[in-house]
Design a binder for this molecule. Sequence first.
Ligand SMILES: [Zn+2]
Length: 120
Amino acid sequence: MHELGIAQNILDIVRQAVPENLAPDIRKIRIRVGQFAGVIPESLDFCFGVMAEESGMKQAALLIEEVPTACRCRDCGREFTLKEWVFLCPHCGGANLEVTSGKELEVVDIELVDHGGEAS
Ligand SMILES: [Zn+2]
């Protein structure tokens, strides 16, 4: 399953960013997924939930933000976002498109529980 591999990726990134002993403190993981990545958010959320629990991040919730797919037309050089699954340039009708963003997956933000105390 596609989403399983992505969930694994996210966990790998989170593990590199957060020391292991803080894993149970992770509350929210905000990610950005391009629409072009073909990810089904519900499915990803489910896979992640199972894997996060196995990884000791029992309270980690995934916040999925979908970003539109941006393309550049190689024929006329203009950039635009794809609104539908129509891979044609809206300016010149060319089909020679390059996806410039919207197929990536990135971890934007990791939020840990606030133990308080040390602030200010
Ligand atoms: Zn064009």
